[in-house]
Ligand binder design. Structure first.
Ligand SMILES: [Zn+2]
Length: 267
């Protein structure tokens, strides 16, 4: 399947970026940005011919500098870059609220079109106040070679919106708004539906991000993956809730038996 659209997804900042948090330190901006980034990636994976990369460190291991982010998107030759943020006004609680989307100061036509579509869909999904599409001289928009927008999905310094920004349902809605805007502007087509698929699963720890931490099979899936006996459906997706074929069971049991035989012969 040929690639139709390459989308670089940027979760603004890193976990340790100074400032960039709720006034009571109950949430850091990266926590919101990075989870929405994953949901955007998952949402876009439902469409034909879309490739995605993250320009930030998804595991939060470091605060990737802005230049490295745009260098990565440029080198990968992304068609689109979406930088995801939560807003702040000052450093104390106040009434500033709403969603806004940015393009570079020159208001490139394609970016402006994408920004309008994403902004409209973000408002549709969330019902928040419309602060409009704005232009600013921001690094991610200035130094990127592709169509680039930056979304501010609500204010960490507003008590109501801070509550929303911490809420998984709100994060999903923001991701859906971003995805819907991209789909609309680029005319993306959905892949054939898989009746047993469960897209946009919450994110959990361990190798497989779609198996809940408190699920009875969590330990088993992680241990079997570590031994190479079971593989996920993608790097970090187990395929939670999906069914398995008889031939796949045979392969897994064969791997397990081989694993044990090797253990025994080593002793
Ligand atoms: Zn930000």
């Amino acid at each position: 399947m040929s690639t139709q659209l390459k989308v670089a997804i940027d979760a603004g900042h890193g976990p340790d970026t100074p400032g960039k948090r709720c006034p009571d330190d109950s949430m850091r901006e990266f926590q919101f940005n990075s989870v929405v980034a994953r949901y955007v990636r998952d949402g876009l994976s439902d469409y034909i011919g879309v490739e995605t990369i993250f320009t930030h460190a998804d595991d939060g291991s470091r605060d990737v500098p802005l230049k490295e982010r745009t260098d990565k998107a440029n080198a990968w030759k992304a068609d689109v870059l979406v930088s995801i943020h939560a807003n702040a006004y000052g450093s104390d609680w106040n009434d500033a609220q709403g969603i806004e989307t940015y393009v570079y100061t020159t208001r490139p036509a394609e970016a402006a079109k994408l920004a309008e579509a994403v902004q409209r869909n973000l408002l549709l999904e969330t019902g928040r106040k419309n602060r409009g599409v704005k232009a600013d001289n921001l690094h991610m928009l200035r130094e990127s070679n592709m169509t680039a927008i930056l979304v501010e999905c609500g204010f960490m310094t507003n008590r109501d919106e801070a509550r929303l920004l911490k809420d998984d349902d709100y994060r999903r809605k923001c991701a859906m708004g971003i995805v819907a805007g991209i789909v609309e502007v680029y005319g993306l087509k959905k892949k054939a539906p898989n009746p047993t698929s469960t897209p946009m699963q919450p994110v959990y720890g361990g190798k497989f991000k779609d198996v809940p931490d408190d699920h009875y099979a969590k330990g088993a899936t992680e241990r079997l993956a570590a031994k190479g006996i079971i593989n996920g459906m993608a790097d970090d997706l187990f395929g939670f809730g999906r069914s398995i074929t008889r031939e796949d069971v045979a392969v897994m049991v064969d791997r397990a038996v081989t694993y044990l035989e090797q253990k025994i012969s080593q002793n």
